[in-house]
Design a protein around this ligand. Sequence first.
Ligand SMILES: C[S@@+](CC[C@H](N)C(=O)[O-])C[C@H]1O[C@@H](n2cnc3c(N)ncnc32)[C@H](O)[C@@H]1O
Length: 293
Amino acid sequence: MDKKAITIDEVKQYWGKKNIPQQWYSKRTPFTLPWFNELAYKRYKIYYEYIKNEMEFEYHRGEDVLEIGCGIGTDSVEYAKYGANVTATDLGPDQVMLTKLNFNLRNLPYKEVREANVEALPFKDGTFDLVVCLGVIHHTPDTQKAVNEMFRVLKPDGKAIVTVYARGWKHYIKRCFIHGILRGKWFRYGLDWQKVYNEVTEVHGGTPKTAIFTKREVQKLFHQFPTLEITKHRMGEFFDYRPYNTVKLPRWVNNLFALFDLGAMFGDQRLIKAQKAYFPKEASLFDVWFKHY
Ligand SMILES: C[S@@+](CC[C@H](N)C(=O)[O-])C[C@H]1O[C@@H](n2cnc3c(N)ncnc32)[C@H](O)[C@@H]1O
């Protein structure tokens, strides 16, 4: 982690305006419905295909759902489309404004869209059935505080779905080898890998903090949750992530990745599904064959 303590204000400053994620996926007129539609389409079809399968959008009708770090609100909108009572929050006023606009252009109802810091959520204990938080807690100064807050605001049988960066192919090849070693950033930063990560992650780089977590670190962060499932995803169907200049890998390469499930081993995102109550693990094949029959 950073040796110099970073502040929430620095994080808030960074994530406004040009750094609000997803906005560069579309060349259509910004802030219109076709713009939001294209951003959603590309998020679920190109950049983060696994999200559509894993976020359980259609399974939380009538439930109280909280999104933390909602960005432009694409995922919040998706839960609302399927009838959830959505509260969306983000640190920044720009993100709150864009998320409201995203809902309003679709005439979709929401419970509340407001500014909030994940480390001090302005909600009572046990308020939500589902808390979702994608790509946020690795940027906040105190990640453990963020996880504790999610646990606190969940109902006793509630669930959190969270993503953080993982040490996958992108981490070792792009961040460590290309930027750290070949381009000499690790040496320039006095052998401090954290400074390299801060500089080279995100489209415009230069984040106040970007942590990359191992599975063990995630288990430690979520230790309060009795039911925990951690998986890895996303090989990245593209190598060049500059705005408007994405180079997709040929379809056969992606199919090959999928065939061998390489995302589970080398994916750059860690997906965490954490439940506040204890649910026994699914039976093993052994149980099914030798105990069930
Ligand atoms: C990488 S973006 C992810 C946005 C969105 N969830 C997505 O997947 O596109 C990180 C977002 O988290 C927000 N964020 C960062 N630190 C936060 C904090 N402490 N509390 C709430 N939101 C935070 C930023 O303002 C930014 O909108």
